[in-house]
Design a protein around this ligand. Structure first.
Ligand code: GLU
Length: 531
């Protein structure tokens, strides 16, 4: 567990980092393993890296960490690109976008890692291990106790195993020459404290004896994450690395690999981002299914449930809202402001203001962000998305001007994009059913006559706008000695079918003269037997 460390180390270390960073262009990376969809936490990591890089005029690199081929999911890499594109967080360099320090897929860099692992062996800080799977199992069974149910390959065990620390040099050479399968493991020191400065947590320290001798290079020649992450962060000149706090326990291994390969002072500035918590603690898979993770539907089935996962995109979130709500999961700028565009976030973000504690994800709050953003974005920006919602209900919009008026009128009522159907369907389909119960109670011959005369008047109104329609309505109501309030409900039901929707005169304005008149006619026909 991290603890507070020596202040002297901290200051020297920080000073060295500051000096180095002053001279270097900021370069950050997001380094996902293509093992599934991108969830909230992953995209928030991208976002914080991206915001920081763009604020500093730096580069944002996407590196695919696919060294664990057994966990590789076909399609996952493409999914990552699509997610970043949807969020508007495009990498400057990636396997897809290219760049000067590629390849950006670790499996394509396989050959370059061995030499670094061997350098560590030469320095005496790593060793060859020839133990077979059977021997490892045997060790775990032999050393298993109640207090230590899964014994690790560590300093207490290593001298009982078949590795280059134990075997004679000749024997090791022969084994290597014969191509005997082997891995390279780091030799974690026994009594050392390893520390580094985390941009969010300050000084963090670890006792090295508590960390096992992690494999750095596997028997198939592939590096593990622990080696590849350090070598690539170095070769790709990464200056800052923000990642999830689940990687904090691995940090001492990385610090030591840095120390022995490139010098600790060359390490990127680390920030370990706090977890995102669900309503009842840790964000679970169940929460995921319920609240709409990952970012959008994966084109593969969930391996456990066999279900296709629905994401934020399918639920009808706008990317602007999604990015905004993610940014606020663990950060604020110290003011009450909650709505930020990506551009504003780039200006205002600071890694030091990221909270240390886990951020709670609240789906209702997420919807609030979306509602605010639907209100905020211009009508034109919503057109393609609303068209898609309508198309799902069989409505193909051809008149963009009409759609734009509809959106302008109803957008403030919509929380998620699919709500546009509920709030605007009647603009595209005249009612076939009417809430006659609501009309019936107060329907009479005078009202019927009023609507006949109003419909007639509508043919010749000077200007088709809500204000004029209302003025004519009120003056005819006055002539008929009926309270306008009593006429507005039936009018609404004539146009909409039910008791909902925006101001009725605005609805009529958008529907247009022909459609309004025809709807009044059709409704009067339906209402003729009401009494
Ligand atoms: N490949 C790691 C992951 O999948 C990257 C961790 C890091 O950023 O160092 O999350």
């Amino acid at each position: 567990m991290p603890c507070m460390a020596d202040k002297r180390f901290s200051l020297t270390n920080q000073y060295a980092i500051i000096l180095r960073l002053m001279a270097k262009k900021v370069r950050v990376r997001f380094a996902p393993s293509p093992t599934g969809g991108l969830h909230l936490g992953g995209v928030r990591t991208v976002l914080y890296n991206y915001l920081f890089a763009k604020q500093q005029g730096g580069d944002f690199i996407l590196r695919i960490e696919d060294t664990d081929q057994s966990r590789y999911v076909p399609g996952a890499e493409e999914y990552i690109y699509q997610t970043l594109e949807w969020c508007g967080l495009q990498p400057d360099e990636s396997p897809k976008h290219g760049g000067n320090v590629g390849p950006y897929r670790q499996s394509e860099r396989k050959e370059l890692y061995r030499k670094y692992a061997e350098q560590l062996v030469e320095k005496g800080v790593a060793y060859y291990a020839f133990d077979t799977a059977g021997e490892l199992d045997e060790m775990r069974i032999r050393l298993r106790t109640e207090t230590n149910p899964t014994p690790q390959y560590d300093h207490t065990v290593r001298m009982q195993m078949r590795n280059s620390l134990v075997l004679a040099k000749d024997e090791v050479d022969t084994l290597l020459q014969n191509g005997t399968p082997h891995v390279i493991r780091i030799k974690m020191p026994e009594g050392e404290t390893v520390s580094f400065t985390d941009a969010i947590r300050g000084e963090v320290s670890f006792e090295t004896a508590t960390v096992d001798d992690k494999v750095l290079l596997k028997a198939d020649g592939m590096p593990t994450y622990h080696l590849a992450v350090v070598v690539d962060d170095h070769l790709m000149e990464i200056t800052h690395a923000f990642r999830g706090e689940e990687w904090l326990p691995s940090a001492p291994v990385h610090v030591l690999v840095w120390r022995h390969l490139f010098g600790e002072e060359a390490m990127p500035q680390w920030a370990h981002l706090p977890l995102i918590l669900g309503p009842s603690g840790k964000l679970s898979k169940r929460d995921g299914a319920k609240y709409g993770f990952p970012v959008f539907a994966m084109n593969w089935n969930d391996s456990k449930t066999g279900e296709l996962t629905e994401g934020f995109k399918e639920k009808g979130f706008l990317p602007e809202a999604f990015v905004n709500l993610l940014a606020m999961l663990g950060w604020n700028d110290g003011t009450e402001q909650e709505l930020f565009s990506l551009e504003e976030l780039v200006q205002r973000f600071s890694i030091e203001k990221v909270h240390r504690g886990g951020a709670k994800f609240d789906y209702d709050k997420a919807k609030w962000f979306n509602h605010e953003w639907i209100k905020k974005v211009p009508v034109e920006a919503l057109m393609p998305q609303v068209k898609a919602v309508l198309a799902e209900h069989g409505v193909q919009v051809t008149d963009d001007a009409y759609l734009s008026n509809v959106i302008a009128l109803v957008k403030d009522r919509c929380t998620l994009l699919p709500d546009f159907w509920e709030h605007s369907a009647f603009f595209f389909k005249a009612p076939v059913e009417y809430d006659t119960i609501a009309v019936k109670a107060k329907w009479n011959e005078e009202k019927k006559a009023f609507f006949h005369s109003y419909n007639k008047a509508l043919y010749s109104v000077s200007s088709w706008d809500a204000a004029t329609l209302e003025t004519v309505f009120k003056s005819l109501a006055e002539t008929a000695a009926i309270k306008p309030g009593e006429l507005q409900l039936p009018f609404r039901i004539m146009l909409v079918g039910g008791k909902f929707g925006p101001t009725v005169f605005n609805i009529a304005e958008v529907l247009g003269k022909k459609e309004t008149i025809s709807r009044i006619d059709a409704a009067l026909n339906q209402f003729k037997d009401l009494r």
